[in-house]
Write a new protein. Sequence first.
Length: 319
Amino acid sequence: MIYGGFYMKKFKRLVPLVLLIVSMLIIPLSTKADFGDFSGDSDYGGGWDSDSGWDSDWDSDSDWDSDWDSDSSYSGSSGGCESLDAGELMFMIAIIAMICIFMSVRGKKSDDKTIRNIRSAPAPTPQNELRSIESYYNVDPSFSESEFKEKLSNLYVRFQNDWQAKDITELRPYLTDSYFAQMDRQLDNYRTKHQTNRIERIAVLGVELKGWKAESDHDVMVAELKTRIVDYVIDDATGSIVRGSNSKEKFMTYEWTLIRTKGVVTSRSTGTTAQTCPHCGAHIDINHSTVCEYCDSVITTDTFDWVVSNIKGISQRTQ
């Protein structure tokens, strides 16, 4: 009990120093961003390599200087600590050693976890589950692969811009009900925290239609998008960067799944698309409105055209 009380007193005196060291060694958790929160702090998927993976936020060279002097005293920050005797010094060294061992083990586990996350990144839809794009022309002779790719490229840019504006209302016709609700809930995290996910230098590098399949009452189209973005989060009040980088480019690969009501074929009309409301029969322009102005029903375009039902982040590579 005597020795226990002795070391307890020593520990209480050293608490500020212990907390300082711990705070310097804590590794921040990985976070995600971009439309749907697919890009993250760590690369993943097929584009990942050991040079661009997880790094410790401190190195062993000299990110922090020793404050011990020849008198065995510690020079702390404001309000520091009293001079340490030999017993306290040994006790402090033991604590530092334990913290370093703990962080080393944690770092290894974090590294292993990151690698597991990379290896368990969402897998693309198996090609053997899809029919060829050429075969879809038998279902829809007016379908145009090039126009469809261009549409997805334009939608990707709109998705990112509206995500940054924290208002995806105008995207309502291009998402299924459930997926729109899911994306809007995720966007609420930024609204409540008063943060903005900035997505800049957006470029769609390529779109490939992987194939299609028939499910229930819908045709399903699967596409792969390769893009480049600069992605970071700022505090709305201060404008300071909360996470991410405004200079590093992220090369993303996504898999988009789109659905359309079975039996619907591509309209070859030009300009805005005029249709009738499926709820009240009124004439509507689905390119300009998401709500029927006569019956106030929410209109989604799966009745007339393709809508996004799911997006998966397949890989990320940061440069």
